[in-house]
Design a protein around this ligand. Structure first.
Ligand code: E4P
Length: 222
């Protein structure tokens, strides 16, 4: 399973990259706004800066909502770097834009997916990635992981090459759930990735190992 980080923060991206497990980055307009990035020149420069840090795919979301503006905006984003994946919302115009980009060999990520039917449509249009939002479904008491399972079944039935990018992942249980189901990618915040490191028995076990070593090392020095 590929690990993407869901942030526009360059420092967080560097931390995940330095851990050695990062396969890509997803951003969205809210995450860009959180970093105070606005205006085409700054937005493009920021995506370039992200691409310079990571080795994998970087999802850059269009702000446009009508077909021709999405195409224009997406083409400019795709021209920034070959790591750029044009992120397009799940709308009628969005599906048409995904179809256009796929015929041009431009990678796409269909975002804001909340049903298996939407995922199927995105796959039919040739999306590189489809992003079902696990956490936001859980927030409204709908089982987000069940949607990942449903999409996995459908994509496997027809060998769709579209990758399931489990999005809106919030914690380690989401990551493990996605891994068990067979999501191709998960994207989540830095703390969700780092939370996989933690187990209290690891901490206490290491403390014991080091204490035992120190005790015997002190004795052998006497
Ligand atoms: C998807 O790519 C989105 O950027 C993201 O995963 C949304 O997550 P959130 O629900 O935590 O905002």
């Amino acid at each position: 399973m590929k690990f993407f980080i869901d942030t526009a923060s360059l420092s967080e991206i560097r931390l995940a990259q330095n851990l050695g497990v990062l396969d890509g980055v997803t951003t969205n307009p809210s995450l860009m706004a959180k970093e105070g990035i606005a205006g085409t020149v700054h937005v493009h420069a920021h995506y370039k800066a992200i691409c310079d840090i990571v080795d994998g795919d970087v999802s850059a979301e269009v702000i446009s909502t009508d077909y021709s503006s999405m195409i224009e905006e997406g083409m400019l984003l795709a021209a920034l770097d070959n790591k750029i994946v044009v992120k397009v919302p799940m709308t009628e115009d969005g599906i048409k834009a995904i179809k256009y980009f796929s015929t041009k060999g431009i990678k796409t990520n269909c975002t804001l997916v909340f049903s298996a039917g939407q995922a199927l449509l995105a796959a039919k249009a040739g999306a590189t990635y489809v992003s079902p939002f696990v956490g936001r479904l859980d927030d409204i008491s709908v089982d987000g992981l069940a949607l990942i399972r449903e999409i996995r079944t459908i994509f496997d039935n027809y060998a769709f090459p579209t990758q399931i990018l489990a999005a809106s992942v919030r914690h380690s249980a989401h990551i493990l759930g996605c891994a068990k189901i067979g999501a191709d990618v998960m994207t989540g915040p830095l703390q969700a990735i780092f939370s996989l490191l933690k187990h209290p028995l690891t901490d206490s076990g290491l403390a014991q190992f080091l204490a035992d070593h120190k005790r015997v090392a002190a004795q052998s020095n006497n």
